[in-house]
Design a binder for this molecule. Structure first.
Ligand SMILES: *[C@@H]1O[C@H](CO)[C@@H](O)[C@H](O)[C@H]1NC(C)=O
Ligand SMILES: *[C@@H]1O[C@H](CO)[C@@H](O)[C@H](O)[C@H]1NC(C)=O
Ligand SMILES: *[C@@H]1O[C@H](CO)[C@@H](O)[C@H](O)[C@H]1NC(C)=O
Ligand SMILES: *[C@@H]1O[C@H](CO)[C@@H](O)[C@H](O)[C@H]1NC(C)=O
Ligand SMILES: *[C@@H]1O[C@H](CO)[C@@H](O)[C@H](O)[C@H]1NC(C)=O
Ligand SMILES: *[C@@H]1O[C@H](CO)[C@@H](O)[C@H](O)[C@H]1NC(C)=O
Ligand SMILES: *[C@@H]1O[C@H](CO)[C@@H](O)[C@H](O)[C@H]1NC(C)=O
Length: 350
């Protein structure tokens, strides 16, 4: 079997189109090994520099702002997280029409925690985009690889978006003021998560609400558990076809355990699946380039009545080929695994 170097779930990027990089294969192990060593060294250095810079920025950061607790118990009258006023709808008629990869357009504003993250250049031109989720009234969760090359004041979040509008003016968004990248984020895209803050707390309404996070005590995912991924990423897995969704897309995926060959064989024998990573997918149904940083969610039913809420269990991190010529699942960051890190980071900004 051929092993492809994992490619990020990419964003369109006029100045640096990573998708044009040649595909690397782990066939000549010695050469590739050496290359990998260089890449690792380079990245470690790069990340160290960036982290140093981020830390510098944090020192000048905003005054302490009231911290809204991250809630994991939404079954109270106010439903603190994971409930949308406009319920999501799954309409199978559009299945197979080639969205997210083989997903469907969401009901507008039915995923009110989904945010569009756009990075701008010095001339306020958009460079790249990702997904992200609102987890408190001023904290946003995304993938580290979405932001690790970039700094405030070039990072903006746009809540309440249905369409992907890359020409949207940054003045209509919210500037991200602090970036916390996981300390051990690396070139293998392990620990691929970051927390962003905005200075002014968001006001929640039917178009903007936080999602609940899976905790370290959440029930373990079971094989074939139904999960939902959403994003504005590519809707065609065809290599080179840079076709992105206009409207936010959703797709139903299955959890695939690390011991299932479809998941474990992605990683062997180069490097094992890290416990902070997990697989989810369904043959011909994938996340793709541009969906990075967006949520993988499961529906939690109330034990008492027919109410439910949504819990974020993963963050879209990487894919092999978006299922173009394979049945590979995609790789997500395991939220439960990082729950304590997330809480600690949020408290740190209080
Ligand atoms: C978060 O909520 C828990 C339980 O409700 C409470 O013990 C804790 O102090 C809260 N943390 C903050 C920072 O408000
Ligand atoms: C469901 O039960 C919870 C208590 O467990 C209650 O707070 C909530 O209002 C109920 N929801 C509905 C729709 O009845
Ligand atoms: C829609 O798709 C879901 C999941 O694939 C399935 O469980 C459900 O039965 C389908 N509904 C209809 C009306 O086909
Ligand atoms: C994109 O946003 C700009 C404002 O920044 C607006 O003028 C334009 O109409 C928007 N395009 C779409 C398709 O919504
Ligand atoms: C695993 O991959 C095989 C083909 O290689 C495919 O037929 C099967 O549906 C996949 N299973 C899952 C759970 O994705
Ligand atoms: C798909 O994969 C098979 C074997 O894995 C390979 O022989 C074939 O050339 C691939 N097709 C495309 C279009 O990449
Ligand atoms: C995610 O992390 C939690 C906490 O470490 C662990 O119990 C769980 O098995 C992991 N889930 C997956 C799908 O790997």
């Amino acid at each position: 079997m051929q092993h492809h170097l994992f490619r990020h779930i990419e964003r369109p990027n006029p100045s640096y189109n990573v998708e044009d990089l040649p595909r690397k294969k782990f066939t000549k192990c010695s050469i590739v090994g050496l290359l990998l060593l260089f890449i690792v060294l380079g990245t470690v250095l790069g990340v160290a520099i960036i982290l140093a810079f981020v830390t510098g920025l944090q020192k000048n950061g905003s005054a302490p702002v009231h911290l809204k607790n991250v809630s994991t118990d939404p079954f109270d009258e106010s439903c603190l997280c994971g409930c949308s006023t406009i319920e999501p709808v799954f309409d199978n008629r559009t299945k197979g029409s080639g969205r997210i990869i083989n997903g469907e357009t969401v009901r507008e504003h039915s995923w009110p925690w989904q945010m569009l993250l756009i990075i701008y250049d010095l001339h306020r031109q958009p460079l790249t985009f990702c997904g992200a989720t609102l987890i408190t009234d001023r904290h946003i969760l995304t993938a580290a690889h979405c932001v690790h090359q970039f700094m405030p004041p070039f990072i903006f979040v746009f809540p309440g978006q249905h369409q992907l509008n890359m020409s949207i003016s940054p003045s209509l968004g919210y500037p991200v003021t602090q970036v916390f990248i996981h300390e051990r984020y690396n070139v293998l895209l392990q620990h691929d998560l970051a927390i962003l803050t905005v200075d002014q707390p968001f006001r929640f309404d039917s178009h903007l609400r936080p999602i609940c996070l899976a905790t370290s005590k959440s029930p373990l995912l079971q094989t074939n558990d139904e999960l939902i991924a959403i994003g504005w990423g590519r809707i065609s897995a065809q290599p080179g076809a840079n076709i992105y969704a206009n409207d936010l897309q959703q797709v139903e995926l299955s959890y695939i355990s690390a011991s299932h060959p479809n998941c474990s064989e992605i990683f062997q024998p180069i490097v094992g699946l890290h416990p902070g990573q997990m697989c989810a997918g369904r043959p011909k149904h994938n996340a793709c380039y541009g969906d990075s940083g967006g949520p993988l969610m499961r529906k939690i039913l109330s034990l008492h009545n027919d109410s439910y809420h949504w819990e974020q269990v993963g963050i879209a991190s990487k894919t092999i080929d978006c299922g173009w010529n394979s049945t590979w699942p995609d790789i997500y960051i395991n939220i439960s695994y990082y729950y304590n890190w997330i809480m600690k980071t949020i408290e740190h900004t209080n």
